[in-house]
Design a protein around this ligand. Structure first.
Ligand SMILES: [Fe+2]
Length: 192
C-alpha cells in the first residue's frame, strides 16, 4: 500500500490546505481532521484510485469482522445486512493527540494508517500510539500487579484496526518529526 498511502497523504494534505478543519468539538486535540464524507460516494475524490483501493480493502476487512461479530454476539446470522460506511482523515503532528472517546451512532469502528512518525514506532514508549481501555466498569480499581487493562498499538502504515464502536480509545502525543496520518471509519449495520 506504499504508493496508495503516498497518494492518500497527498489528498489529505490538499484538504488541509483548502479546509475546513473539523477538529473543533471532537476528541482530536490539534492537528487536522477532514469532514466525515471522506469515504462517501459524493466526495470529490471518491473515484481517485487510492480511495477506490482503500475502500475495497476496508469493506473486505469489515465484512470479515462482521462475520465474527455475528458468530460471537448474535443468536443467528442475519438474513440481510446493509453496511453504511463513513470515514474521515486525521493528521497529527508533534504534540497533537486524541482524548479518550467512543464512536456513538456506529456499531463497528476502525482506523487505517496512512503514515506514522518515527517517534511513534518505539517499542517501549506509548507516544503516538492508539490505546484501548478495558471496558469493564471499574476495571482499573484495585488492579493486580502487572494486570493489563489497557493495550497500546503502534500505528503501522497499511494496517487496519477494527473494534467495537463502544470500546474507549485515545491517542498519545508524540515528539519529533513526521506526521501521523490515519483514516478513521464507522460502520452502521442495518440487519433483518
Ligand atoms: Fe476513534
Amino acid at each position: 500500500m506504499a504508493e496508495t498511502n503516498r497518494q492518500l497523504a497527498g489528498i489529505i494534505a490538499e484538504l488541509e490546505t483548502t479546509g475546513p478543519n473539523m477538529t473543533a468539538g471532537t476528541s482530536t486535540m490539534g492537528g487536522f481532521q477532514t469532514r466525515e464524507d471522506f469515504l462517501s460516494e459524493g466526495h470529490r475524490h471518491s473515484q481517485h484510485p487510492a480511495l477506490v483501493i482503500l475502500k475495497h480493502q476496508l469493506i473486505a476487512a469489515i465484512q470479515d469482522y462482521a462475520k465474527l461479530l455475528f458468530e460471537q454476539e448474535c443468536m443467528r446470522n442475519p438474513a440481510n445486512v446493509d453496511f453504511m460506511l463513513w470515514g474521515w482523515g486525521v493528521s497529527l503532528k508533534a504534540g497533537n493527540s486524541q482524548d479518550l472517546h467512543v464512536h456513538p451512532t456506529a456499531h463497528i469502528s476502525g482506523v487505517y494508517y496512512v503514515s506514522a512518525p518515527p517517534g511513534a514506532m518505539g517499542e517501549t514508549s506509548t507516544a503516538g500510539k492508539i490505546r484501548f481501555y478495558d471496558p469493564r466498569p471499574r476495571a482499573n480499581m484495585n488492579q493486580l500487579l502487572t494486570q493489563i487493562t489497557r493495550v497500546s498499538e503502534t500505528p503501522s502504515p497499511g494496517d487496519i484496526l477494527i473494534f467495537p464502536s463502544w470500546l474507549e480509545h485515545s491517542v498519545a502525543p508524540f515528539e519529533g518529526e513526521g506526521e501521523r496520518t490515519c483514516i478513521a471509519f464507522n460502520v452502521r449495520l442495518n440487519m433483518s
